[in-house]
Ligand binder design. Structure first.
Ligand code: ZN
Length: 138
């Protein structure tokens, strides 16, 4: 078995954002040279997510509205997180959208279902954050 590891860096200027990272993950897969196996992609920060869904702007708007209803950013005074931090909503949003995805690798490609794409979800932007890509296989 062979393995490959890479960290992807993101710095999103806005507080919340969804970024399609499928192309970068595919670049990692090609770099690895692996043809069969599994690829893990996870956010390395507890206020960001990695998830799979459709690359459709209406849906991304719907996610944002839905998450803001579930865990509104303001008023910050409604949260107890560390007594003073302003990002409690970002931790809650990350919990719902998930930490990581695992995708099968078949014939040197990501073995996706229809319309599946990989996204980085930022919920407390304006600083540098990392995503880990780990591939195992042969
Ligand atoms: Zn926090």
């Amino acid at each position: 078995m062979k393995s490959y590891r890479k960290e992807l860096w993101f710095e999103v200027p806005t507080r919340r954002c969804f970024v399609n990272i499928t192309g970068e993950v595919e670049k990692c897969l090609h770099e690895s040279g692996l043809k069969e196996g599994l690829i893990l992609v996870n956010a390395m920060h507890i206020t960001a997510s990695v998830f799979i869904n459709d690359d459709e702007s209406g849906l991304h708007h719907d996610y944002d509205v839905w998450l803001e209803k579930l865990a509104p950013h303001e008023p910050i005074s409604q949260y107890r997180h560390n007594g003073y931090e302003d990002n409690a909503d970002a931790h809650l949003k990350r919990q719902i959208m998930g930490r990581e995805v695992v995708v099968a690798i078949t014939g040197g490609a990501l073995d996706f279902g229809p319309w599946e794409q990989i996204f980085y979800g930022e919920f407390d932007g304006g600083r540098k954050k990392r995503v880990l890509v780990k591939i195992i296989g042969e």
